[in-house]
Write a protein that binds this ligand. Structure first.
Ligand code: G3P
Length: 284
């Protein structure tokens, strides 16, 4: 990392032009995250012209590949997260097949798997073959499972807790980042914590303050941060929790067990899996 920020700065989006704009604003970008909803949104607006889009699945996949290839040209050194498309029925083998294929699209791909049982089963194997990113993480317990399932990784592993979606339901999403970083201090630090689902400047400032390894920021928030001169948190920065409900650190969740022993269940993970799936399938 060759810049003043204590975290890698990524853009979250599905449009290469946004990657370009963010890079121009900041002067560099360390990476990019994408997801099925963001890609579907891009394809709908660009190909649809307001009319229903008539795509086949293989055409849409080609478009996903073209989009990340374009992003790769803008940030050739940057990591670019590409997600597998799954529902609750998808088996680990099928996810792995998709992952191996997507990993060939560009040189710096990081393949995103959802934080569900089949996703971690796939990730356990994939992390020895390619960089990976575990997405739709909402709890300390899920983070413990991610940690243990990827402990034999030979490539970078990211974990993506979605802070904004927890805030949306009145809970303090940033506290999950805090808790995961605290729990991971006990381990060998093979995982980089990527603050995702960023909604505002305070998410950025607190993530920088906490030393989250990576922050992925949508262009709208990126531009507001640019308007503030890419402000950094003061030494005595305190996060404005407001009315958000606390998510306390759980001392009973400790690293060192088999990943299958940790509770993976979270309603927002299930909701996220089905909305990524329906946004993607809605294209056909
Ligand atoms: O890329 C994943 C993530 O950042 C999604 O954000 O706004 O849909 O909760 P959001």
């Amino acid at each position: 990392m060759n810049h003043k920020f204590p975290a890698k700065i990524f853009i979250d989006g599905g449009v290469p032009e946004e990657t370009n704009q963010a890079k121009k604003l900041l002067g560099f970008l360390d990476g990019q995250t994408t997801n099925p909803s963001l890609i579907a949104k891009n394809l709908k607006s660009r190909l649809g012209n307001g009319q229903p889009v008539l795509l086949t699945e293989s055409m849409a996949l080609e478009e996903y590949k073209r989009i990340v290839t374009e992003m790769n040209l803008i940030i050739p050194q940057g990591s670019i997260s590409i997600q597998v498309f799954v529902d609750q029925e998808t088996k680990a083998e099928e996810m792995l097949e998709q992952a191996r294929e997507r990993n060939k699209w560009i040189p710096n791909a990081s393949i995103k798997f959802p934080c569900i049982s089949e996703g971690l089963k796939a990730a356990e194997i994939a992390c020895r073959e390619m960089p990976i990113n575990i997405t739709l993480v909402f709890s300390q317990s899920q983070a413990a499972a991610v940690y243990e399932s990827t402990k034999n990784a030979k490539f970078p592993v990211f974990i993506s807790p979605f802070v904004g979606r927890l805030d949306d339901k009145g809970e303090n999403g940033m506290q999950v980042i805090e808790n995961i970083l605290r729990m991971y201090k006990e381990g060998n630090r093979h995982i980089e914590v990527l603050t995702a689902s960023v909604r505002n400047i305070d998410h950025i400032l607190y993530a920088l303050h906490l030393r989250s390894n990576i922050i992925t920021i949508p262009l709208k928030v990126f531009s507001s941060w640019a308007d503030l001169g890419f402000k950094m948190p003061e030494e005595n920065y305190t996060y404005p929790v407001g009315a958000l409900k606390a998510i306390h650190y759980n001392q009973d969740i400790v690293l060192g067990k088999n990943w299958q022993e940790y509770d993976l269940q979270h309603e927002l993970t299930d909701k996220g899996v089905s909305s990524f799936w329906s946004d993607w399938m809605g294209l056909f």
